[in-house]
Design a protein around this ligand. Structure first.
Ligand SMILES: Cc1cc2nc3c(=O)[nH]c(=O)nc-3n(C[C@H](O)[C@H](O)[C@H](O)COP(=O)(O)O)c2cc1C
Length: 490
């Protein structure tokens, strides 16, 4: 068995430890009797679109074994993001963002995964005729989905056949049958690069699919971790101690020793089955249904009373766009600073754009051309490149997390004829709702320079935004007028 290790950084180790930490905060609830056909999807949509709502476990799902559970809305509050990263949960959202961006800026030193012989994931082993993916309560997440998706808060583990490195990537997984799963990976993603290489060789791709694990591991798998770096090692760096993995008995891939469920198998280059449609993160069914590769399942491992970690996309802003905004904004800032760009004071990849389509960066302007440099870099570095659309650069007096302030800057400090650059033929894909089917693959970017123009910045009309000190004073003295604080006694 893997040895139980205590996190020196306070980051919960596995999903169960995470659940008890969240329960202590009063942010966990259990719902019973919800159906996979309709209820769990509907309830999850409500939860995800109500910021700060509790993490919810669906248990006693009709038609499934009691204890086989689905966890929704895990990362839907700032306090739960803090618990997941080992940050103080009672800090304000702005302070949490600052603390995490600072941490990422300093650099997270990867710690390689540690191989162990066994782990709780092997409490139940199903092989041969016993393989059955239908034992898990797998919801139909959206009304018009073409099937049930076991893989949403999940990841797929693959290995580069040439370079040997292992990637963990969140790519949706649909259940086709007892031993067949469909998976969709957009062009350019790391797992897709692996897949393309295996298939170009005419070889089956070994793959391990993890539909339930510790939230931090999932969160890393749906984040732009650099090419060649395994997410286990990045998570090890965040936690301050190595992730424990076991060599998968079928594929030899490293699988998390403490996962709730792991499914191992192979994808044949010549096999396809129709996958989709599935409600996507842009809020549309843009890629509809297509023949996609299939995982032929050879083994299922699961803990007793396994928990599926679920995070289906809904129309943004939703749970997914929220936790991704938090993580992606820090990584985007890190990418910009790694490119030696100075003067960045804030970054926020707005939830309304699914944390990709509308990103805002604030700067202290240092030199002529600085704002455009920031905008173009933010639209093209690894974290900001895939399926972006609008990148807005504002001055540092604008709070980048406040969408209305950002739009106020766009309305008043940009001049359309001068302030907008278009970059054509950028990285997009089938999920882009605005690109017609025959042109999918590319899309353009608008970089909006909403800073005070460099040449006459000193003569630009003074803003009447209260300074932070005045804002604080106003709230202290007069906050009671808007229901904040006590009315002073005479
Ligand atoms: C819940 C969820 C579902 C996702 N589904 C897919 C998917 O089906 N296909 C895909 O290419 N990316 C999907 N993504 C985005 C990828 O996980 C993300 O781009 C990640 O960076 C990919 O890993 P990679 O950088 O190692 O390629 C999803 C993200 C989330 C949060």
């Amino acid at each position: 068995m893997a040895t139980a290790i205590k996190a020196p950084t306070g980051v919960p180790t596995d999903l169960r430890e995470w659940l008890s930490a969240v329960d202590k905060l009063g942010e966990l609830q259990v719902a019973t009797g919800a159906s996979v056909e309709e209820d769990i999807g509907m309830a999850t949509e409500l939860l995800g679109r109500s910021r700060g709502s509790k993490a919810t476990i669906f248990d006693e799902v009709p038609g499934y074994k009691k204890g086989f559970r689905v966890l929704s809305n895990a990362l839907g509050s700032f306090r739960r993001l803090a618990v997941t990263l080992g940050l103080p949960p009672d800090e304000s959202p702005h302070e949490l963002v600052r603390l995490w961006q600072e941490r990422v800026r300093k650099g997270i030193q990867p710690i390689p995964a540690e191989y162990v012989k066994d782990g709780p994931v092997f409490e139940n082993v199903l092989r041969g005729d016993a393989v059955d993916c239908l034992i898990f309560p797998t919801p139909k997440w959206h009304e018009f989905d073409g099937g049930r998706y076991l893989g949403t808060g999940s990841f797929d583990i693959t290995r580069d056949p040439d370079e040997g490195w292992v990637n963990l990537g969140t790519y949706r997984v649909m259940v086709h049958g007892k031993d067949r799963l469909g998976f969709y990976i957009s062009p350019g993603k790391h797992g897709r690069q692996h897949r393309d290489k295996w298939f170009a060789r005419g070889e089956k791709m070994p793959i391990a699919f993890v539909p339930g694990s510790t939230p931090l591991l999932f969160w890393s798998a749906c984040t732009e971790i650099p090419y060649g770096l395994t997410e286990y090692d990045w998570v090890g760096g965040v936690r301050g101690f190595p992730y424990q993995v076991v060599k998968g008995p079928i594929t030899g891939l490293p699988i998390p020793a403490d996962a709730e469920i792991v499914i191992e198998g192979y994808a044949d280059p010549n096999e396809r089955e129709v996958e989709g449609p599935f409600g996507e993160w842009t809020g549309y069914y843009a890629s509809m249904e297509r023949p996609e590769p299939v995982i032929r399942v050879e083994a299922i491992y699961h803990r007793n009373d396994p928990i599926i970690l679920a995070s289906p996309p809904n129309v943004p802003p939703d749970e997914q766009s929220f936790y991704r905004a938090f993580m992606r904004s820090a990584r985007l800032r890190g990418d910009l600073e790694a490119a030696s760009i100075p003067g960045i004071s804030g970054v926020w990849c707005h939830e309304v754009g699914g944390s990709r389509l509308f990103n805002a960066i604030s700067i202290d302007q240092r030199y002529a051309g600085h704002a455009r440099q920031v905008g173009h870099a933010a639209a093209t570095v690894h974290t900001g490149a895939y399926l972006g659309r609008y990148t807005v650069v504002v001055d540092s007096d604008i709070d980048v997390m406040d969408l209305e302030q950002v739009m106020w800057a766009v309305c008043t400090r940009s001049e359309p004829a001068e302030s907008i650059d278009i970059i054509p033929r950028m990285w997009s894909g089938p999920l882009d709702p605005r690109i017609p089917p025959e042109k999918k693959g590319f899309s353009s970017r608008a970089v909006i320079d909403a800073t005070r123009p460099w040449e006459w910045r000193d003569r630009f009309p003074a803003s009447q935004l209260p300074t932070p000190a005045t804002r604080r004073k106003a709230e202290e003295r007069w906050g009671w007028l808007i229901g904040k604080g006590e009315r002073p006694k005479k």
